[in-house]
Design a binder for this molecule. Structure first.
Ligand SMILES: Cc1cc2nc3c(=O)[nH]c(=O)nc-3n(C[C@H](O)[C@H](O)[C@H](O)COP(=O)(O)OP(=O)(O)OC[C@H]3O[C@@H](n4cnc5c(N)ncnc54)[C@H](O)[C@@H]3O)c2cc1C
Length: 407
């Protein structure tokens, strides 16, 4: 058995940031990554736009990952196990298989930083045949950016998540014709800047309340029947049209990699763990951050969140993270999809709560209240579900619960 203070599972931007921060806070750390390189998904995100908040520079994904990786490699308190898969997580030991064989690591605190995976055709029950050429956007990103392989010439994209939008631009730059992006909802889950820079700048149409009714093709994709849906997501047959294509790219959401930790309480909306203000799950020794906790829109926010978690996991390992104060529930009120954390502890000072909106809002006030006492307010000029937002709340007035809602 290998012993350490803090064990971090997953070597993406979240895991590396946790490891660095836990080490700065006085802990010995083991960082386990199943791949042969630290960096996570960033290694395949070759476009720029990363790092403005953390490094005050515009970097590509691999550059951002390289900055953190270099710091991790230089740090004597962090031991990295590459090509090593975590197969079981328990309080009395985490099982790994990899370069050191089959082993158990016993840590005082364990941090989940395994990211998320993409929803597939099966997850969304996509109708039609199952020909070659139906791929998730992340797979396409890896094939094009890392393996140097093109996936088709005539593309349609289902779902307007950020990875799909980015791949619409990437495939266009590589010479393909991206005919359309179909989005079943009334709004996109992607960032506004990605809609402008990846679709509008390249004249790629984005059709809202539209979906693929059926994929057509025997061995290879030959096209799709698509059309509009009503407010209850039922296909409107009279709007059905055919689009010829040789590749269907799916960008229909991400699912936190919680299979190994499904014994903790799960948030029904995020599908990640329910955590308190210290990012502790309902098992106090187990922390969570990054995309396994909730899907972030900016990697910088992933790293900043993970720095906090590294500190808390390290304090817990040193028996310095006390939570004797009264527990206060954070309730998701009108107009919000979820809030994070779900619990805070009574005390003094401010605490930052992250949230996502359920739908687009224009010139609205977001208010955090405990009974009738206002603990925080935020004016949103224009907000969409695709953008993660934060509100600062004053803990001193919080009693029993805090509710955050669109006023
Ligand atoms: C396919 C895809 C493409 C994306 N493209 C973009 C983009 O273009 N731009 C953008 O801003 N954001 C993008 N994102 C979002 C991006 O993932 C996050 O912002 C950020 O990378 C999340 O960091 P993370 O460390 O939480 O997760 P990740 O970067 O996913 O890192 C998780 C790490 O955990 C490892 N791991 C998982 N399970 C185990 C296990 N059992 N044992 C050991 N190691 C394990 C994985 O190999 C991986 O290295 C993308 C996400 C996905 C899924």
């Amino acid at each position: 058995m290998i012993k350490t203070d803090v064990l971090v599972i997953g070597g993406g931007p979240a895991g590396m940031s946790v490891a660095l921060s836990a080490s700065e806070n006085g802990s010995k750390v083991i960082l386990v990554e199943r791949d042969n390189l630290l960096g996570g998904i960033l290694n395949q995100c070759i476009h720029n736009g990363f790092g403005l908040h953390l490094f005050h520079e515009e970097l590509t994904g691999p550059e951002f990952a390289h900055r953190l990786r270099t710091q991790v490699e230089k740090n004597k308190n962090i031991k990295v196990f590459l090509n090593t898969l975590v197969t079981k997580i328990e309080e009395n030991g985490v099982e790994i298989i990899g370069s050191v064989g089959v082993e158990t690591i016993k840590a005082k605190s364990v941090v989940l930083a395994m990211g998320c995976r993409e929803r597939t055709a099966g997850n969304i029950s996509l109708c039609g045949t199952r020909p070659m050429g139906v791929l998730t956007a992340g797979t396409v990103q890896k094939m094009v950016n890392i393996d140097g392989k093109m996936v088709g010439k005539d593309i349609v994209i289902l779902g307007s998540g950020d990875i799909g939008l980015i791949m619409a631009r990437r495939l266009t730059l590589e010479g393909a014709k991206v005919h359309a992006v179909y989005e079943i909802n009334k709004t996109s889950s992607g960032l506004r800047r990605n809609i402008m820079q990846c679709l509008e700048d390249f004249d790629i149409p984005l059709y809202y309340q539209t979906t693929i009714f059926q994929v057509v093709g025997k061995d290879k994709v030959e096209g799709v029947y698509y059309g509009q849906v009503d407010d209850n997501y039922r296909p409107i047959e009279s709007t059905k049209k055919f689009q010829k294509c040789d590749c269907v790219v799916l960008s229909v959401g991400l699912i936190p990699e919680m299979n190994l930790a499904n014994f903790v309480q799960i948030n029904k909306v995020t599908k990640g763990a329910v955590v308190n203000e210290f990012y502790q799950t309902d098992k106090p020794w187990l922390f969570s951050c990054g995309n396994i906790l909730h899907v972030h829109d900016l990697v910088d926010n992933v790293a900043l969140e993970a720095q906090l978690v590294g500190k808390y996991a390290s304090l817990y390992a040193q028996n310095k993270l006390t939570r004797n104060q009264k527990e206060i529930e954070i309730k998701t009120g009108k107009g919000l999809a979820y809030t994070l954390p779900s619990k805070i502890y009574q005390g003094e000072g401010q605490v930052e709560i992250k949230f996502r909106l359920k739908e687009k809002v224009v010139k609205k006030q977001i208010v955090a209240k405990s009974h009738n006492v206002i603990l925080g307010k935020k004016f949103v000029y224009a907000g969409v579900p695709g953008e993660m937002m934060t509100i600062q709340i004053d803990k001193s007035g919080a009693e029993d619960f805090v509710e955050i809602e669109v006023e």
